[in-house]
Design a protein around this ligand. Sequence first.
Ligand code: PRP
Length: 206
Amino acid sequence: MKISIALTKGRVEKQFLQYVKTRGFEVGPLIDKGRKLLVETDEFICIFVKGVDVATYVEYGICDIGIVGEDILAEDQPDVFDLMPLPFGKCRFALCGKPESIRHNRKRRIATKYPHVTQRFFREKGESVDIVKLEGSVELAPIVGLADAIVDIVETGNTLRENGLVVIENIQPITSRLIANRSALKLKKDAIQPFIQKLQGEEILK
Ligand code: PRP
């Protein structure tokens, strides 16, 4: 029985394929897929989708497992089983802004692609903020005065530096994660368990 995998297109896809290759899986057809969105090998059926859609394919049972950033899981909180962290895609959520914005004395407006994460963060701090949802280039918001600060992903810190912003507070570390459809974990256990064992080198499913 083949395992179906939903894979985040782009950088995570390349890192995952390199990772599984080092674990002894045959990934040639997945690396040489061109513009195909669904590729079948002797072991896998693999689909290539945007990160925000990975958990949807897994939650609906189209794919048994998925590889997705923890940022997306934290924001969308899909009904999937979070199996394990993967050793790539490491970055962090942080509150960032102009150096002079660290001190503030009024209700702040926060721009972010992650409104739920931002809401939870400020609720736990007991601070009321206005949240502006953006889809990208979030670092621009404090520069042009759309927001007082941002909650975003920081990986190398280059985007912050090049736009004159600093980390005001780290929120949480993030990594890529292996998720699974809850039913598939039981129904396709005989296929999924050896796959995870080969990835991990130890038994994790009972
Ligand atoms: C992400 C994130 C930051 C940047 C952080 O953006 O939203 O802008 O990467 O990486 P760094 O610390 O290594 O500079 P992405 O590249 O996904 O583009 P976006 O602005 O369109 O969201």
